[in-house]
Design a binder for this molecule. Structure first.
Ligand SMILES: [Zn+2]
Length: 255
């Protein structure tokens, strides 16, 4: 895919994208000037009439670390970019601020009124790392709309995208925050394990969320270490190492 170039008319209104070669020609003939470096946009120096809009779709493919943006004309992808999100950096910054503040509070020994259980969260609150991801995408979609005559926007809807699919190493604790809490983990596990007990394959019974490698044996809270088991299997497994518990069922173990 060779990226097409965004074009503005003399009134800074978006025109249809042109191929890179044509943009170079316009620049060389001084019929256009560079308006923006990124996204690369040129501005025409002569007036044109606006033809009927061609169907131009902006496609958004969200991910946890990056989000893909693509502009399609018909079946052809004519422009693409990848947004890098700052999720981890924001998380680290907030954690470091928290540590600094805690340290300061501990150094000041004067009487200080209790300040806990005093936090409120507005409805629709998202963890800051997610909030930033959403705003990042919205900012770029609006920016692109200023420079491209977009006729439609479509977004890949990935049900578990936010937490699990892109980042299966996200830990259990993060799942417990916000409105996407326990329900999503459960639903994710139901999908992943096909609504069956991971050990005996029974269906249509109440399932319990289970650590594959028990915590007492060093297993983590990460979703990759969680599964669903029926009551019977959960009791039978108890605190056993997964290798011992399934030593007679190697095919299930590898699953
Ligand atoms: Zn079972």
């Amino acid at each position: 895919m060779s990226n097409f170039v965004f074009v503005l008319d003399t009134n800074k209104q978006p025109l249809e994208l042109v191929a890179a070669a044509q943009a170079r020609r316009l620049l060389k003939l001084a019929q256009a000037a560079v308006y923006l470096r990124y996204p690369f946009t040129i501005i025409l120096k002569y007036a044109v009439s606006h033809p009927k809009k061609q169907p131009t779709q902006l496609k958004i493919d969200p991910g946890s670390k990056t989000t893909g943006l693509a502009i399609n004309r018909g079946d052809q992808v004519i422009w693409g970019a990848e947004l890098t999100h700052r999720g981890q950096q924001i998380k680290n910054d907030l954690e470091s601020r928290r540590a600094l503040r805690r340290n300061r509070r501990n150094r000041k020994t004067r009487y200080r009124k209790a300040r806990f259980l005093n936090r409120t969260r507005a409805p629709g609150w998202l963890p800051p790392s997610l909030e930033s991801r959403v705003k990042n995408i919205v900012t770029w979609v609006n920016r692109i709309r200023r420079y491209v005559p977009i006729t439609g926007i479509s977004q890949e809807l990935v049900k578990f995208d936010l937490l699990a699919m892109q980042n299966p190493e996200i830990s259990g604790k993060e799942y417990q925050q916000g409105e996407l809490a326990g329900y999503e983990v459960r639903e994710y596990l139901l999908q992943k394990w096909g609504r069956k007990c991971a050990y005996c394959g029974i269906e249509n019974v109440p399932f319990e969320v289970e650590h594959i490698q028990p915590k007492s044996k060093g297993g983590s809270d990460r979703v990759s270490n969680l599964t669903l088991a029926c009551r019977g299997c959960n009791l039978a497994k108890g605190n056993q190492d997964i290798r011992d518990f399934l030593s007679k069922k190697p095919d299930i173990r590898s699953h």
